[in-house]
Design a protein around this ligand. Structure first.
Ligand SMILES: Cc1cc2nc3c(=O)[nH]c(=O)nc-3n(C[C@H](O)[C@H](O)[C@H](O)COP(=O)(O)OP(=O)(O)OC[C@H]3O[C@@H](n4cnc5c(N)ncnc54)[C@H](O)[C@@H]3O)c2cc1C
Length: 383
């Protein structure tokens, strides 16, 4: 390498790319990914939704701090809108009303939605199935590719270097420097950021410590045509529908470029891999969707799966590992890694470089201790 690297970031998904871009403002950063393209794994397979009401209180706090970035990105970041407003509506059957009430009490930004209003927004909802709803009117569809490319552009503009097709195969820390070996390269930097998504625990083991217990969970999505009957007279305009989510997150659906994206909201634990959809999960998606709506699905146009990776307490993992020198975790993004990326990247930059956060991001510092990896260790020791 010609330039001396201060920080090497492993993983060019949304987590690694956004953090690398922020870190590159004041340090020399190298961003590595094993795939030919950044965003090949979880980031490229998301449902691309921003919902400030989704997730636990910490997730919601960091998502809220990220909203401004998506609505008003920095000058030159993008030429397209990063977010397109779309409500999120949580629906409940009669037997789920207690959960809906609990959600309403916990999340003040949600407003009750009558079944009449819900059906006015989504006419295919089955009135014998859905009895009540809650609405989040701050949601929106994210343009994930524009966000990822925007961060990578900013990263390069700040002097960062991206290397793809470089799988980290070994890691050693010696005399204040991490040395990473890939098939073709040996890379050295004083600080390592582990943003390897589903592989974050694998990277920890390469570094010589035990796993934190991050669990990749497979999630599936399918695209179906809203006009299953092939009768053009029955064309349904779905463009203004909200994201509709079962209050127990057993399924969700939303418009996606003229089609309906349906997910069975599966969470199947698995090893890190290039996740592929399972026929059974596709069938479950269709079954749950058909029960909640008046549409019968004859064909699935496309299906895919990706891994959402969770820490045991389902909070993000952001901070230095107390067992290692200068080994920083940015992992466990679960199902919120895109919507929370700007806040997590700012927190990472602040903890590593001491960068001062602007007012909009300063709330993320409140979560610093709760997100530190220390919470997942029985006893910490420095090697
Ligand atoms: C179906 C589905 C729907 C989702 N919907 C949403 C949503 O609506 N909103 C939302 O905010 N989030 C959503 N998510 C979650 C979101 O996609 C993830 O939280 C986020 O993409 C995680 O980003 P990441 O950068 O941590 O992981 P990844 O994108 O997986 O990036 C990790 C990178 O590390 C690289 N890597 C791993 N090991 C090595 C190694 N040894 N050497 C070099 N590189 C390595 C990988 O190649 C990969 O590119 C969804 C996820 C799925 C699967």
């Amino acid at each position: 390498m010609t330039t001396e690297i201060d920080i090497v970031v492993v993983g060019a998904g949304i987590a690694g790319s956004s953090a690398a871009a922020e870190l590159a403002e004041n340090t020399n950063v190298l961003l590595l990914d094993m795939e030919a393209q950044p965003g090949f794994h979880a980031t490229g397979r998301s449902a691309a939704f921003f919902a400030p009401s989704y997730g636990n209180a910490i997730v919601r706090g960091i998502t809220a701090a990220s909203e401004h970035f998506y609505r008003k990105p920095p000058q030159g970041f993008t030429e397209v809108a990063l977010i397109h407003s779309r409500d999120a509506v949580f629906i409940a059957r009669e037997d789920q009303l207690a959960q809906l009430k609990e959600m309403e009490n916990e999340i003040p930004l949600l407003t009750p939605l009558s079944i009449i209003d819900a059906c006015a927004q989504v006419p295919i909802l089955n009135r014998e199935y859905v009895v009540a709803g809650l609405r989040d009117n701050l949601g929106g569809d994210l343009d994930v590719d524009a966000i990822l490319q925007g961060y990578l552009r900013l990263f390069r503009k700040r002097g960062g270097q991206l290397l793809c097709k470089q799988k980290v195969k070994s890691l050693h820390y010696n005399s204040g420097v991490w040395t990473l070996k890939t098939d073709g390269q040996s890379i050295s930097a004083p600080i390592l950021v582990n943003a390897a998504g589903a592989w974050a625990d694998v990277i920890a083991e390469l570094a010589g410590v035990t796993k934190l217990g991050l669990q990749p969970m497979k999630r599936t999505a399918v695209l179906v045509d809203p006009n299953q009957s092939n009768d053009s007279a029955q064309n349904i305009d779905i463009s203004q529908w909200p994201l509709v989510v079962d209050v127990d997150e057993q399924f969700y659906f939303k418009p996606d470029a003229g089609q309906i994206l349906v997910s069975p909201a599966d969470e199947t634990p698995c090893d890190p891999c290039d996740a592929q959809p399972d026929e059974m999960d596709i069938a479950i998606a269709i079954d749950r969707f058909e029960k909640a709506t008046s549409l019968n699905i004859n064909r699935v146009n496309h299906s895919w799966s990706g891994l959402r990776t969770f820490a045991p307490d389902r909070n993000f993992v952001v901070g230095f590992d107390p067992r290692l020198s200068n080994f920083f975790w940015l992992a466990g993004q679960g199902g919120y890694g895109v919507q929370a990326a700007p806040g997590l990247a700012q927190l990472t930059n602040s903890v590593i470089t001491g960068a001062k956060l602007t007012k909009q991001y300063s709330p993320v510092l409140n979560y610093r201790n709760e997100l530190a990896p220390d919470r997942l260790l029985d006893s910490g020791h420095i090697i």
